[in-house]
Write a protein that binds this ligand. Structure first.
Ligand code: SF4
Length: 193
């Protein structure tokens, strides 16, 4: 059977379908080519941090897990097993790889001191110490035992908690327990994962 150059190209580009004109099935070759990009990666399941829909994602990293090797993110895709999005992502979520690898991404806690015009990098230990001190000081200063009518309320009106959409149910359970024990009544979370 004579095949023109145009027909040859059309059939070659047709995808993974078996190309019977050549007498062999190229489907396995196409499948192999598609799997190469993520064939040696480690899959980590996570949650898209952008909005309250909280779509499930899979982050693919390359690296042999040696102590001196830093894993490199090479691909991010929707998690087909996740009940919320079943593998789909909106354009924002689909660009997550660029968020993870962005050179402007913050990697340290930062603080802006009273009167300062810039943010200062601090260590995690220092951040936790300072947060603890400010929580204690603010709670002591703003705790309300009784309302104006003399009823016992035991609430702290000077603190609030706002959680992110990647916080799990288990994490949020602990947050609510902790905040309620401090008397915090203003607490909310972006999503219900
Ligand atoms: S993929 Fe889109 S819809 Fe899903 S959580 Fe991210 S930003 Fe929201």
């Amino acid at each position: 059977m004579a095949i023109s150059r145009r027909t040859f190209l059309q059939r070659s580009l047709a995808g993974g379908a078996a190309i019977t004109a050549f007498g062999f099935d190229v489907t396995p070759i196409y499948a192999q080519a598609k799997s190469l990009k993520i064939s040696r990666t480690t899959e980590t399941r996570s949650t898209c941090p952008y909005c309250s829909v909280s779509c499930g994602i899979i982050i693919h990293t390359l690296g042999d897990k040696a102590k001196n090797a830093i894993p490199q993110v090479v691909h991010v895709e929707g998690d087909p097993d996740h009940p919320i999005n079943r593998g789909t992502l909106c354009p924002k979520g689909a660009s997550l790889e660029q968020d993870i690898l962005n050179e402007r991404r913050l990697l340290n806690p930062q603080v802006r001191r009273p009167g300062a015009d810039r943010w200062e990098d601090i260590g995690w230990d220092q951040a936790i110490d300072e947060i603890g001190r400010w929580v204690k000081k603010t709670r002591d200063a703003t705790f309300v035992e009784k309302d104006p009518r003399g009823r016992t309320v035991n609430r702290c009106e000077g603190l609030a908690w706002n959680g992110g959409c990647t916080d799990t149910n288990e994490f949020n359970y602990l947050v609510v327990k902790t905040m309620r024990s401090l008397g915090v009544c203003y607490l909310e979370n972006q999503a219900r994962v």
